[in-house]
Design a protein around this ligand. Structure first.
Ligand code: ADP
Ligand code: MG
Length: 697
């Protein structure tokens, strides 16, 4: 029934059916049923003419018609009338349908009028209101809550405005009675206020009252969220059954030697907890797929290293994958430094590794003489063969695709454990939905002694003072970043902006007293690396750059991050950029420069940055501002489609749905209990459509 083509519905037919398909994506009865109203209007509420204000989305008035007349010529020809009530009068106007309206709109007729008030020549009017004679209204008052449906301009022009769609739905509903099978168990229905599926679906399209509507909406939103979670948890269950993992049963010499004699500082509580989680995973017999979220500077590298040592202790090799050459070098250096003096061989492989060195390295790797291999994409090449790869740690997941992850996995018969580390915190609700089939660890604590980064907002007028401040910091031996937006590296105006900025900075900070680096995406990679390296080594004082420096670079001596046109950056980018400072210096600063005119969203972003340094809090604000789709970008298009539920507004219901789904699988892993049959059937049907691929890229 639900798959019936929409053409067959009374009042549709092939032509209008085509329009519904093309314009609104409604191809079947089911599509129409799931074309939920996006809001409801209360048709029992009346305004008086005096109460009309422009910012009211709609008003409903009751009054008497006066001065009905046709005015204007040709294009401007229109029918106007006054609606008069006890408090005043307002103009109604029609540009279309004049021929058949004119005879209906009689002087003195009492009318119910519903529409959007606008101001025209300093007076309120309502164009093309919905109208109904008051007498008819009183005889058959409409349902209190009327659904409002979304539509397109073209569809609306052909009669599928909200009301037109409403009529179709009303024609459909009686046919569907008895055709909408239950999807939840009795228990769950009861916890949700006892609304059966059919009842809920009918209610949202034809509400009886607010309370019943609310219960129906809640039930349907729950259902959507519940099945997303159930699918993810089921996928995870299947993965754990099907994909066997190497068992890292014990923690041995290398881990212990490092832990007891080489650890330069005590682990934070969060680091300890996460290492324990990882250890348990890798000892369990199924393959680990764990996402490690931790703010910049929270000490993820060390967690990665400790995990790798466990692999080594069990006779396996480990690999650490970084998105850029510079990051790979930094990781290599810090890991080599950490394990210095221990019998652990760490090597680096990148695109610029010399041929001779590469050859000996690859041989040693194949023989198992290299224990930890750090590198870039170069690690993915086919000629890179491990003796016994047991664990892959991926740093900063955003630059790696699913395909690349798969290539890494293919380097071993039994797939290696995978730990993905990201410094881009993802709001809890989103993580639950996107990574619901992964295990997620969170480092929510920074190493002790971190000084907060003082963040301020300055507008362009304060530029001189800001430069003065940079001068002082450089005089103290510190280094400074000045970052420009370059959203599209091809945008000429942005590049010019960057070059102008660079010029004014070199004028203010001239050679030989100062040295200024510049890095942007249009430079040849070698030049970029060269400039970057100069700044890392402390040979330059100022790094003028675009966001290419966003990822991971560690220059502890840098103490100031100036972000130009900060209003043009997204919150997560601002947060990432700020994370480049505060890694060593006594005091660090982030200066957000903007023009003096800011939109609301920009203002919120800047204020959030000034207020907090907590990446999770920032990501929650970001989610509220941008919505899940934009937040994750196109690479993460795996966000399942939700018709009714909203990851921001229904966060609590989502967590409830997740708990219920988890509880269900704990109690009845294969959904064999007859009471769970409706759930099992729905789940099976949904899983036939394929897995939810909202995965770490
Ligand atoms: P991120 O999570 O951003 O990758 P890093 O792993 O680069 O962070 O760590 C940031 C800095 O903090 C490094 O210099 C690291 O040596 C240091 N660090 C890590 N763990 C601790 C700890 N428990 N106590 C003190 N410093 C730590
Ligand atoms: Mg890092």
């Amino acid at each position: 029934m639900l798959d019936t083509p929409i053409d067959y519905l009374k009042g549709v037919g092939p032509q209008r059916g085509e329009l519904l398909r093309k314009e609104l994506g409604i191809a079947t009865y089911g599509d129409l049923l799931w074309h939920y109203p996006f809001r409801y209007v209360d048709r029992t509420r009346f305004h008086t003419v005096r109460e009309v204000r422009e910012d009211l989305p709609q008003v409903q008035l009751r009054g008497v018609l006066r001065d009905v007349r046709i005015v204007g010529e040709k294009q401007a020809r229109r029918l106007t009338a006054k609606l008069v009530d006890a408090t005043g009068s307002i103009e109604l106007v029609w540009f279309k349908g004049i021929r058949w309206l004119q005879p209906v709109l009689k002087e003195g007729l009492e009318l119910i009028v519903f529409g959007k008030p606008t101001v025209f020549r300093d007076k309120y009017n309502i164009a093309h209101p919905e109208i109904e004679p008051a007498a008819a209204w009183d005889q058959h008052p409409p349902a209190r809550l009327q659904p409002v449906y979304s539509t397109s301009e073209k569809a609306a022009a052909k009669g599928f405005h909200s009301r037109g769609i409403g009529k179709l739905v009303q024609a459909l509903l009686p046919q569907l009675e008895g055709q909408l099978p239950e999807t939840l168990s009795r228990d769950l229905i009861d916890t949700l206020g006892g609304v059966a599926r059919e009842e809920a679906l009918l209610e949202v399209h034809a509400p009886h009252d607010q309370a019943r509507l609310d219960r129906a909406l809640r039930r349907l939103k729950f259902e959507e969220l519940f099945f997303v979670q159930l699918r993810l948890l089921k996928q995870k269950q299947l993965m754990q059954q099907d994909v066997k993992g190497n068992i890292f049963a014990h923690v041995g010499d290398r881990f212990n030697a490092f832990y007891n004699t080489h650890l330069p500082f005590p682990l934070t509580g969060a680091q300890k907890r996460v290492v324990k989680e990882i250890r348990k995973d890798m000892g369990s017999g199924h393959q680990m797929n764990r996402l490690l979220q931790g703010d910049v500077g929270s000490g993820k590298t060390l967690v990665g290293l400790l995990s790798m040592l466990i692999a080594l202790d069990n006779g396996f090799q480990a690999a650490l994958l970084a998105p850029t050459e510079i990051l790979a070098q930094q990781h290599f250096k810090s890991i080599a430094r950490f394990v210095e003096g221990l019998p652990i061989v760490v090597r680096l492989l990148t695109g610029s590794t010399k041929a001779a060195e590469r050859k000996s390295l690859l041989t040693a790797l194949r023989l198992g003489e290299v224990h930890i291999l750090v590198g870039t994409h170069a690690l993915l090449e086919d000629r890179v063969v491990f003796h016994h790869l047991g664990l892959v740690v991926i740093d900063e997941q955003h630059r790696f695709g699913v395909a690349q992850r798969a290539r890494m996995q293919a380097k071993s018969v039994v797939p290696p454990h995978v730990l993905v580390m990201t410094a881009t915190p993802i709001p809890r609700t989103l993580a639950m939905t996107l990574y619901g089939d992964l295990d997620v660890s969170v480092i929510d604590e920074l190493p002790p002694g971190r000084k907060p980064i003082k963040t301020v907002h300055r507008d362009d007028h304060a530029r001189n003072a800001v430069f003065g401040f940079l001068e002082e910091e450089i005089a103290r031996g510190r280094q400074v970043y000045v970052v420009y937006p370059l959203i599209e590296e091809s945008e000429k105006s942005d590049l010019k902006h960057l070059m102008d900025g660079y010029e004014s900075i070199t004028r203010r900070f001239p050679l030989p007293k100062y040295a200024v680096s510049i890095v942007h995406g249009r430079m040849p990679p070698e030049d970029k690396d060269f400039e970057m390296a100069r700044f890392v080594k402390g040979e330059t004082d100022i790094m003028v750059a675009t966001t290419v420096i966003e990822v991971g670079v560690d220059v502890p001596n840098a103490s100031v991050m100036v972000i130009e046109n900060a209003e043009r950056f997204g919150l997560s980018q601002l947060h990432q950029l700020r994370g480049r400072v505060g890694r060593g210096a006594e005091h660090s600063y982030c200066i957000l420069m903007t023009g003096d005119k800011l939109g609301n969203d920009s203002r919120t972003r800047i204020a959030t940055m000034v207020r907090t340094q907590d990446g999770f809090e920032i990501s929650e604000v970001d989610l509220r501002l941008r919505g899940p789709g934009d937040l994750m970008g196109t690479q993460q298009s795996g966000i399942p489609e939700l018709h009714l539920a909203d990851l921001v507004q229904d966060a609590e219901l989502l967590q409830y749905a997740r708990r219920m789904a988890q509880r269900l699988l704990d109690e009845d892993p294969h959904l064999q209990d007859p009471r769970h049959a409706p759930i099992a059937g729905t789940l099976a049907e949904q899983m036939r459509a394929g897995p939810i691929w909202g995965r770490i890229g």
